[in-house]
Design a protein around this ligand. Structure first.
Ligand code: AMP
Ligand code: FE
Ligand code: FE
Ligand code: ZN
Length: 281
């Protein structure tokens, strides 16, 4: 069984519609794929239809942007939660709304130095999608300022850039608690991805584990090997699940579907633990 538990559609910052992601998953020889758009479950229904049509199993999921009290960014994957759970829905709605204001502020700053308007950005966003820096990057590519998203993220759009603006994001332990309350399975995404920014220390792991963290995404291209070894030890010590996934974004990132996989036993455990929504087969 080939299982990839991390992929994005154009409901957030992937470049393909949810059904197209399911078709791509089948073409990549996957048996199981999770759709984990940022702060949104709006792609689940279309993905479910696409999964059935293409003969792949769909794990409905989401990736929640969080921030610690020290300002460190944490991404939390949620699998099989109830998408109507009020507490969780409230947090992601708050974050999604804040992302809109934040993107507007970033574009205002960028427009002082680059040929960029709000309309240029909106042009690259599916109506209702979760807005992020990748959409601003797309507009900068279209304007000829950078060659691709990756270049935008190593220059103009880094979190150290003068154009960077933060948005509201829940603390990681709160997000873990809410995912559990919604019957979901919380997995810490690419925990040691140091190239993206500062990574969390022992206290944040402890708080997330105490709140009910179920697993760590160990095998991910952004986790350096030393970090993976640290994660394996942490998982063994605390009885956490270990996953591996691609973090596919269509043409928005070099990550390819199935480049990292999750073991069938781990997937079986996730399916047992997730009580908010079923796997679609
Ligand atoms: P935001 O949540 O709006 O701050 O933007 C962060 C998002 O940008 C993440 O979800 C990543 O998927 C995406 N991202 C980060 N680094 C890169 C990169 N080098 N190339 C393309 N997308 C990236
Ligand atoms: Fe993303
Ligand atoms: Fe992420
Ligand atoms: Zn992701």
């Amino acid at each position: 069984m080939r299982i990839d538990l991390h992929a994005h559609s154009n409901i957030s910052d992937g470049t393909e519609a949810p059904a197209a992601v399911m078709a791509a998953a089948a073409a990549a020889g996957l048996d199981v794929i999770a759709l984990t758009d940022h702060d949104s479950t709006d792609g689940w229904a279309e993905a479910a239809r696409g999964a059935v049509e293409n003969g792949v199993a769909l794990v409905p999921g989401m990736e929640i942007s969080c921030r610690t009290d020290q300002g460190i960014s944490v991404h939390l994957l949620s699998y099989l939660h109830d998408p109507t759970h009020e507490g969780l829905l409230e947090e992601i709605t708050k974050a999604k709304d804040a992302r809109l204001t934040r993107a507007e502020r970033m574009v205002t700053l960028l427009a002082e130095d680059y040929p960029l308007s709000w309309d240029d950005v909106i042009h690259h966003v599916t109506p209702g999608a979760t807005l992020g820096r990748p959409h601003i990057a797309d507009a900068l590519v279209a304007a000829g300022v950078v060659a691709d998203r990756s270049e935008a993220f190593t220059s103009i759009l880094t979190s150290h850039s003068r154009y960077f603006v933060q948005h509201y994001a829940p603390e990681p332990a709160l997000a873990v608690e809410l995912v559990r309350a919604a019957g979901g399975v919380p997995v810490f995404a690419h925990p040691v991805a140091s190239a993206r920014g500062r990574v969390v220390g022992e206290r944040t792991y402890r708080e997330m584990i105490e709140a009910g963290l179920a697993g760590l995404e160990v095998d991910h291209r952004d986790n350096p090997e030393e970090g993976r070894e640290f994660l394996r030890r942490l998982a063994a010590k605390h009885g956490l699940l270990m996953t591996g996934s691609s973090d596919y974004h269509g043409t928005g990132k070099p990550n390819r579907l199935g480049e990292y996989l999750t073991a069938p036993e781990v997937f079986a455990r996730i399916e047992e633990l997730g009580t908010g929504t079923p796997v679609i087969r």
